[in-house]
Design a protein around this ligand. Structure first.
Ligand code: AMP
Length: 279
């Protein structure tokens, strides 16, 4: 049975009791509309913890686009059934007022790794994300937290915050789960039309093509320029960024490097897609 908790005090009491009996507690923070990507994080959490909490909270503070927030898919009943089947102990699904009560006045703002890419194109997004993740860590009191590499920059921001604030939690990064055709699973994919959905996997294919070119020694600028041209020719919309960067510091790389990562954000129809791969 998955217990649904909406109140943070009740959650803290539950977790305190688990921890008194020596159990390891893992948390998987999500915004719901769960898919196999989320469920793979749950599986890893289950393998590494005695008790697993999944949080579902569509955090208004991290949306810089009101339309994206309004259209964000919400399916709590279906999500709960999936979590039951996955053996999750607690679904923590607080209301906005539980997370941000009257008088709420604190923002967690990480600098450095938040500056490029998503930071440039979604002003305020990482402040909202870091603030809510810090709160979820405090509310769940978990010893480990599981995040997807799908949101690579987010994973680096969370790791930075945990180190900088000495938060007593281990952050575990988990590989991106893809559809058979290569499209990275995302709750926003349901908003793609049939035609857009058919085109979407080309993004991953083109990323792999760039990676192969970089490994073969092609100059970064020319490989990225060719990919941008190919994306436009195929029918993708505006590219927010397509960058080759160090996986940890996120500093731009001029040439092939061992820890290099290709990261992209672009629009396809009404949907903003992000993806990244190791090179
Ligand atoms: P979200 O609900 O989109 O905020 O995602 C919640 C967590 O699931 C984040 O840590 C994401 O990185 C992770 N996640 C989302 N999609 C995938 C995926 N396709 N593969 C692996 N993890 C994912």
């Amino acid at each position: 049975m998955t217990l649904v908790i909406r109140n943070s005090t009740e959650l803290q009491e539950k977790v305190a009791a688990w921890k008194r009996s020596g159990m390891l507690v893992g948390v998987v923070p999500t915004m719901g509309a769960l898919h196999d990507g989320h469920l793979s994080l749950v599986k890893t959490a289950r393998a590494q913890s005695d008790r697993v909490i999944v949080t579902i909270f569509v955090n208004p503070m991290q949306f810089n686009n009101t339309d994206d927030l309004a259209k964000y898919p919400r399916h709590e009943e279906r999500d709960l059934a999936l979590l039951e089947a996955a053996g999750v102990d607690v679904l923590f699904a607080p209301d906005v007022t539980e997370v941000y009560p009257d008088g709420f006045a604190t923002t967690v703002s990480v600098s450095g790794v938040t500056a490029p890419m998503e930071g440039e194109h979604r002003p305020g997004h990482f402040d909202g994300m870091a603030t809510v993740v810090a709160k979820l860590f405090g509310m769940t009191q978990a010893g480990s937290a599981f995040f997807g590499e799908k949101d690579w920059q987010q994973l680096q921001v969370v790791k930075r915050m945990v180190r900088d604030l000495n938060l007593p939690i281990t952050v575990v990064g988990c590989p991106t789960i893809r559809e058979e055709d290569g499209l990275a699973m995302s709750s926003r994919n349901v908003r793609l039309s049939a035609e857009e959905r058919a085109l979407a996997p080309e993004l991953h294919r083109i990323l792999q093509e760039v990676a192969a070119k970089l490994r073969a020694g092609q100059a970064v600028e020319s490989a990225l320029a060719e990919a941008r041209a190919e994306l436009a020719a195929k029918g993708f919309g505006a590219v927010d960024y397509l960058d080759f960067r160090s996986g940890e510091s996120l500093a731009p790389l001029e040439a092939f490097a061992e820890n290099g990562r290709l990261l992209v954000a672009l629009s396809l129809g009404q949907v903003r897609m992000i993806d990244n791969i190791a090179v």
